[in-house]
Design a protein around this ligand. Structure first.
Ligand SMILES: [Zn+2]
Ligand SMILES: [Zn+2]
Length: 154
């Protein structure tokens, strides 16, 4: 079975991850997780555009359902930047943050301070027990900055 031209070892790893999350391994789930592995911060629509052709009877809604199940099982993380559809990624459980370019939508991962998560200590917890924090840094990526900056006069 030629599944998205992925090396066999990758497919094995994908199978194991899906099983470890307590989900049944299906061709659709494998394809979706594989696409996400190669393209972090991807929406259900984008994944459908990549894998829909090889999956019979698939739809963006079906892909979204798979991603929602993955996220509920802790296999993927959902990220909702302003003005964008929900994005998903495989990097989970490390409380990392995101830089988002307000111009082109480029997204970069940013690590929390290594070994600690200062963002998990809000100025006031209001009695809550904190598990995770999502910080989105909105800005402009280097490429867009280059386009926005007028050429310096010669
Ligand atoms: Zn940009
Ligand atoms: Zn990320």
């Amino acid at each position: 079975m030629a599944l998205l031209e992925q090396p066999v070892s990758d497919v094995t790893e994908l199978r194991q991850s899906i099983r470890a999350a307590g989900l049944k391994v299906t061709e659709q789930r494998l394809a979706v997780l594989g696409a996400l592995q190669q393209n972090p911060h991807t929406s259900a629509e984008e994944i459908f555009a990549r894998v829909g052709a090889v999956l019979r009877g698939s739809s963006p809604q079906a892909i979204y359902g798979i991603l929602a199940a993955f996220t509920a099982a802790g296999l993927t993380r959902r990220f909702d930047p302003a003005g964008s559809p929900a994005l998903f990624e495989r990097r989970v459980g490390d409380n990392h943050h995101h830089l988002v370019c307000v111009s082109c939508g480029a997204i970069e991962d940013v690590d929390c301070v290594v070994g600690e998560a200062p963002c998990l200590t809000p100025s006031d917890t209001a009695g809550f027990t904190i598990f995770a924090a999502e910080v989105t840094f909105n800005g402009m990526c280097p490429r867009c900055q280059g386009q926005a900056t007028p050429e310096p006069p010669a």
